[in-house]
Structures are given as structure tokens and as C-alpha cells.
Unconditional design. Structure first.
Length: 172
């Protein structure tokens, strides 16, 4: 499957929200309670959230699209860190990075990651942080392959349920 990457604008908020909901559902169906998934996506991944991030000079939203028709396939979000690890000057958080299952194995995840690293460097950042569900071994392997190491833990609430996450970091 082919794809292209571009920086999202506020006008792309609905497409970003759609892919956020779809990829979160793909990643956590059967792991998290269905009502919790719906509530979490509605609260954390609405179009208004993405419009605000896309308009924020301290954030970068990258959208992956099908080259024909522009259907959304994945995205990443860089923003100001909100993680329970000691802050360092120059930190940025990769708050989200998701790609639809049909794109897995195509290199899209690695391309989104490289674009996020390049964008973070362009913003003058020195370290990238991210949180990942403690039970998501596949994502953890991907982050380790990308040079990240565990830097801490956090408790993360989805809907009504608390989960244990790992916080990863890497110098950029």
C-alpha cells in the first residue's frame, strides 16, 4: 500500500479525528472495554482537539494519506510533554503515532517516526518522550527498534479504567 506524509492543518481535523478513532479501536478492541474506547476517543481525539494541535506552533500533526483520493491512513502528534518523568530542557512528546492495520509492514510507521524526529529537531528539541500501554509488546518492540528506552512508568485512565503504561525516551 502506498502513502504520502504531510503536515496537517486545522482544516484536516476531521480526517485526523477519524483516523485516531479507527486506529485506537484497532489497537485496543478486545483489550479495553468498548464503552471506555468510545468515551476516550470522543474526549481525547475529537476534531476540535486536532484543530487546536494543528494550529499550535509548539505542536506538529503529521497525516499519512493514500496518494489517490487522500484517504487518511495514519498520523503522528508531537506536542508539549505531559508525562511523569523528570523534564529536561528540549523535551517534546510524541503523544500519538498510529497507522491503520493494512499499512503495517509497509514502512509507514518508521516513516512517521522519522518525520516526527525531523520535525522535533526542526523545533530545536533534544529528547523525544512517549507513553505506551504496558501490555502492547508490539509497539514496545517498534519503539526499541527506533532507539527508545524505558525512562519511567505512568498510570493512564481510559474511560473508567486505569492502565499501566511505560514511558520511553530517546535523544534526538
Amino acid at each position: 500500500m502506498d502513502w504520502r506524509l504531510r503536515r496537517a492543518e486545522p482544516a484536516d481535523a476531521a480526517a485526523c479525528s477519524l483516523i485516531a478513532g479507527a486506529t485506537f479501536l484497532e489497537a485496543f478492541a478486545g483489550i479495553l472495554d468498548g464503552a471506555d474506547i468510545v468515551a476516550h476517543v470522543a474526549d481525547k481525539s475529537g476534531a476540535a482537539n486536532f484543530a487546536a494541535w494543528a494550529a499550535d506552533a509548539a505542536s506538529v500533526v503529521t497525516l499519512a494519506e493514500a496518494p489517490t483520493g487522500g484517504a487518511p491512513l495514519g498520523y503522528s502528534l508531537l506536542t508539549t510533554p505531559d508525562l511523569p518523568v523528570p523534564a529536561e530542557d528540549g523535551d517534546i512528546e510524541l503523544k500519538r503515532i498510529y497507522a491503520l492495520a493494512p499499512t503495517h509492514g509497509t514502512g509507514l510507521g518508521a516513516a512517521l517516526m522519522q518525520r516526527a524526529i525531523d520535525d522535533a529537531r526542526a523545533l530545536g528539541r533534544k529528547r523525544m518522550l512517549l507513553g505506551v500501554y504496558g501490555g502492547n509488546a508490539r509497539a514496545q518492540r517498534f519503539y526499541a527498534k527506533q532507539g527508545f528506552a524505558v525512562a519511567g512508568t505512568r498510570r493512564f485512565k481510559v474511560g473508567a479504567t486505569w492502565h499501566d503504561d511505560l514511558v520511553f525516551a530517546r535523544a534526538i
